[in-house]
Design a protein around this ligand. Structure first.
Ligand code: 4AD
Ligand code: MG
Length: 446
């Protein structure tokens, strides 16, 4: 048969509207008229029959064009479509065992909305791509990959679960300023910015604001960005991350440890229930962790590490090597409690029985820290004393300290890193793939 090459042109949407997503094209629609839209993921041309796969947000649709069914004009047009172009197809559903969801679409009309002019520099429909930077440079296309859509669907579901859980527990969601005047987290470096005629910073943590807001709302949470000028590029650090911050009054660190572990289990159950397909795509089997999570004190773990000939002195933070060792001994979620007072920020409350230690904890998953929390100091003189000990300019914190003249009750809370938490149950190994547009030392775009 002689083949004529038609020159394709781009068409407008006009009154075309999608009637079904790929997930809805099933045998029960047999013979129904549908209008589907998406991107061409593959074309197979067998002479008198051509298969086009259309990908949309839910999956794939097989469009099967036969010369004797759809006529020569449409047939030639279909054969000419380029992969990755965005198109719409009007047609009839037909049962077809071998097609996705057991049905295909027999085309009657097709519109090409946008012709792909380039082939992406990586396989858009493959599971793995060796070089992450090539993918990140064209992130919007990369995110169409099935594995990543599964990750971000789970991320969305996780956020729903967090809001649902904290709502039920009587928390109110707040939003605090992201442009701030002073540091809160000590070591973690700040990003300075211009603020009119002054220097200001991007927030490292909503710490002081969430503490203040308990004065009005008692139980607050925030889901928002935190910014950290991390000096090195690692698999678990971002310059911009999302923190789930929780703070409440008339409780101590043990109460928020209990709250946090219940929240983790709630979320995992929620995701297992609602996102089983996505978990399957990720080939990541997760089991509901059992409560309570193990608790180890800092002192216990120092002993353990020393026995293992690890290099660490009392008072040190755990090094990457120390954490690797801990992760090889302790799997899953566990808490490290009662850290040395010197290793935690100024607002952390020292233990009454031993001021060298503080009422603090980290939630770990193997070698990965996913949350830090503590009881907070609620007395102004104590707070001032600790700030001075840590060499902080107390005048810069006047806006915060003045609140402590008005009856700040005992309170406690934690910050949970959303991206790191997602790594623990999606199996994603590079934190960059749990965030849409990762920021690190070397990357500021897209
Ligand atoms: O441990 P961090 O620094 O603790 C705080 O910010 C406290 N204000 C929390 C509190 O309520 N006491 O940060 C909390 C969590 C970390 O455990 C980690 O999961 C995440 O935020 N995080 C990061 N995630 C990715 N990249 C980074 N650079 C991160 N820095 C912190
Ligand atoms: Mg921490």
């Amino acid at each position: 048969m002689k083949r004529f090459f038609t020159v394709l042109s781009e068409e407008d949407l006009e009154d075309w509207r999608r009637t079904h997503y790929s997930s809805q094209i099933k045998p029960d629609l047999n013979d129904d008229n549908v209008l589907v839209m998406g991107w061409v993921s593959s074309i197979r041309d067998h002479g008198n029959i051509t298969f086009i796969m259309i990908t949309d947000k839910d999956g794939e649709i097989q469009v099967t064009a036969k010369l004797d069914e759809c006529g020569k004009i449409l047939f030639d047009k279909i054969r000419e479509v380029k992969e990755h172009s965005s198109i719409g197809v009007k047609g009839k559903v037909r049962m077809m065992q071998n097609a996705p969801n057991g049905a295909e679409v027999i085309p009657e009309e097709m519109k090409i909305f946008s012709i792909a002019k380039k082939v992406p520099p990586f396989q858009v429909y493959s599971r793995t791509v060796p070089n992450i930077d090539i993918r990140l440079d064209l992130r919007a296309i990369d995110l169409r990959r099935k594995v990543l859509r599964a990750v971000f669907n789970i991320r969305h579901n996780t956020l729903n679960a967090i809001r649902e859980f904290l709502n039920k527990e009587g928390f109110i969601e707040v939003n605090t300023p992201k442009i701030i005047a002073t540091a809160t987290e000590g070591g973690a470096a700040l990003f300075p910015i211009f603020y009119y005629d002054r220097e200001a910073f991007l927030v490292q943590s909503p710490q002081l604001y969430k503490e203040q807001l308990t004065m009005a709302f008692e139980h607050v949470f925030e889901i928002g960005p935190i910014f950290r000028a991390e000096p090195s590029r690692t698999m678990r650090h971002l310059s911009e991350a999302i923190s789930i911050d929780v703070e409440e009054i008339f409780v101590d660190y043990n109460d928020v440890i209990n709250l946090l572990e219940r929240m983790v289990v709630y979320i995992i159950e929620y995701v297992i229930k609602n996102k089983s397909e996505e978990l399957e795509v990720l080939q990541n089997k997760i089991d509901k962790p059992s409560l309570p999570f193990p608790r180890y004190s800092y002192n216990e773990l120092i002993e353990l590490l020393k026995k293992e000939d690890e290099r660490i002195e009392w008072g040190d933070d755990f090094s990457t090597d120390n954490l690797k060792k801990l992760g090889s001994i302790i799997q899953g979620y566990y808490f490290i409690t009662d850290w040395p007072s010197i290793s935690k920020p100024f607002y952390t409350k020292p233990k009454i029985s031993d001021e060298k230690l503080c009422e603090s904890f980290d939630l770990m998953y193997g070698e990965l820290e996913i949350s830090s929390g503590s009881s907070r100091i609620n007395r102004k003189d104590k707070l001032l004393e600790r700030m001075k000990k840590q060499g902080l300019n107390t005048e810069a914190f006047d806006y915060h300290l003045r609140v402590f003249d008005y009856g700040v009750p005992p309170h406690a809370g934690f910050g949970l890193g959303l991206e790191r938490f997602l790594m623990t149950f999606t199996g994603v190994e590079n934190i960059r793939d749990t965030t849409l547009y990762p920021r690190d030392k070397d990357r500021l775009a897209p």
